[in-house]
Design a protein around this ligand. Structure first.
Ligand code: CP
Length: 306
């Protein structure tokens, strides 16, 4: 049987992605009604974190337990992967113990290497290239607040980073328009823009944040410099014009929401007034990491859909 890896949104079909989201939404609804289920009883998930995490770690750990399974936390300082054992050998060995592996790594090639040598599903928990788990939670959050995302307009401001790349994938796979405003030095990867263009994706990249957010249904940003990154090289100064404040939000539709995958630096990429304001959906977005992970885990491990 073909392994159900969850590596990126561009390598899964829109039907599969929508199925995972529908399943996640159904499981969320039942959980809120106090109904418990254990479709992954007896299953184990290994979590490899080469970078820090709050949301991804806790949502995978709690989500796996809510589905009846359990997790094994691994960090490079505790295992031989950080001391020279290859990713391929790590994949082969872990596959003999656990039923799925999630990895967060700086190097996307490591994720692909792990998936190539594992005999169990592998999940991308963030790489330097993409963050697909986050995007499922983001689409779920948008749709809870504003209805179907198809045909809507989302504005991304700031850094054309791994989150921007996954927003581009999502725009094509879920059929919405994406307006990206970023400094020239921080444009999204041309390869991902080309992928979207080949599929008639409605992606516009410019440097004017006011133009990007005009009439948007959703305004999104991300930290300009990762909290684990100590080198900024003038990036913050270059991205100053892309801060989301109340004046920028006023250009979006009156019912537009604000999203941010967190962690956030208040008063840098977003003002406190916006992130703590009535249009902010960031706490629902953080909660939905839990529900989206459960949909992803259920799909990867072949649990009956609900
Ligand atoms: N958004 C996100 O991935 O958060 P963590 O880095 O805390 O996992």
């Amino acid at each position: 049987m073909t392994l159900r890896h969850f590596l990126d949104l561009d390598v899964l079909s829109p039907t599969v992605l929508r199925g995972i989201l529908d399943d996640a939404t159904a499981r969320k609804r039942r959980m809120k009604l106090g109904q418990h289920e254990a479709p992954l009883a007896g299953k184990a998930l290994a979590l490899i974190f080469e970078k820090p995490s709050t949301r991804t770690r806790v949502s995978f750990e709690v989500g796996m337990r809510q589905l009846g399974g359990h997790t094994v936390m691994l960090s490079p300082v505790d295992m031989h992967l950080g001391r020279g054992e290859s990713i391929a050998d790590t994949a082969r060995v872990l596959s003999r113990y656990v039923d799925a592996i999630m990895i967060r790594t700086q190097d996307h090639a490591k994720l692909l290497d792990l998936a190539a040598h594992a005999t169990v599903p592998v999940i991308n928990g963030l790489t330097d290239r993409t963050h697909p788990c986050q995007l499922l939670a983001d689409v779920m959050t948008f749709e809870e607040h504003r209805g179907p995302i198809r045909g809507k307009r989302v504005a991304w401001a700031g850094d054309g980073n791994n989150m921007a790349a996954s927003w581009i994938h999502a725009a094509v796979q879920f059929g919405f328009e994406l307006q990206i405003a970023c400094a020239d030095a921080y444009r999204p990867s041309q390869a991902i823009l080309d992928w979207a263009a080949e599929r008639q994706g409605r992606i516009v990249v410019g440097d004017d944040v006011r133009a990007a957010v005009r009439d948007a249904d959703c305004v999104v940003t991300d930290t300009w410099v990762s909290m684990s990154d100590t080198r900024t090289d003038g990036k913050r100064e270059l991205l100053e014009p892309y801060r989301i404040d109340a004046g920028i939000m006023a250009l979006a539709r009156p019912d537009a929401i604000f999203m941010h995958c967190l962690p956030a630096y208040r008063e840098q990429e977003v003002t406190s007034e916006v992130i703590d304001g009535p249009r902010s959906a960031v706490w629902d977005e953080a909660e939905n990491r839990l529900h989206a992970q459960k949909g992803i885990l259920a799909w990867c491990l072949g649990a009956p859909t609900t």
